[in-house]
Design a protein around this ligand. Sequence first.
Ligand SMILES: Nc1ncnc2c1ncn2[C@@H]1O[C@H](COP(=O)(O)OP(=O)(O)O)[C@@H](O)[C@H]1O
Ligand SMILES: [Mg+2]
Length: 261
Amino acid sequence: MSDASASTQVTQRPQSDDVVIRFVDVWKAFGPKKIFEGLDLTVKKGETLTIIGGSGTGKSVLLKCLIGLLYPDSGQVLLHDENVAQKNDKELREVRKRVSMVFQGAALFDSLTVGENIAYPLREHLKLTDDELTARVAKNLTMVNLPGIEHMRPSDLSGGMRKRVGLARAIAIEPEIILYDEPSTGLDPISTRVIDELILSMKDKLGCTQIVVTHDMDSAFRISDRMAMLAHRKIVAEGTVAEMKRSTQPDVRAFLDARAS
Ligand SMILES: Nc1ncnc2c1ncn2[C@@H]1O[C@H](COP(=O)(O)OP(=O)(O)O)[C@@H](O)[C@H]1O
Ligand SMILES: [Mg+2]
């Protein structure tokens, strides 16, 4: 059924079945406000793709379409050739076992401890004993370099620590794909480095495919296998870090040159 869509666009690539995520001709509007008009984007297995673009261009909307929090008006959002845009709530639960999102602002439950926050998706998606749950939570906190803070409250943590706990929660279910919405916005340069290292280690240790929305170009240059620029309601340029740095595409140039000042 999906044979045709699986072979389009990437026919020249021998590793075409390595494509994990594909947006095909996606259109989205909120009332009169047009967000996407024929957006296309492909992400390959195990790569870290960063999305750059101005405020309000639809970067968060794009990530939300991938986990079914928002639906496009038309077009396909394919996860291994399954269209997320056509899934019901039950099917979306299956998608969310494989795709985790680290939300802008961490989105922790302040009424729960750090440990309970991380256990939350584990309880929802996996059947683990209490001991297994405790061990998994401890392991994930160690992975984000915050061992032993299970009993703390999110409100007692610094911004950087909250982001890392948000990441620990996102990786708890050992997802195949991780989406990060501005993971280092509002953080100091050292905390930003820590998050960058974590993103790199998710790729190296767990082989995750990742999409990172970021405004921080230094961070994007450090973590990206490829970058894509969202402007004018579509992806206007994409390429490796080196290709983007020497790109003559006007939106990319304006964006990259602005950071120098
Ligand atoms: N659920 C929604 N309902 C209506 N408008 C929305 C909704 N989500 C986002 N928008 C609008 O879509 C545009 C893109 O939003 P967003 O993806 O959050 O931008 P950004 O690129 O800064 O992440 C914004 O103008 C925003 O106000
Ligand atoms: Mg956003």
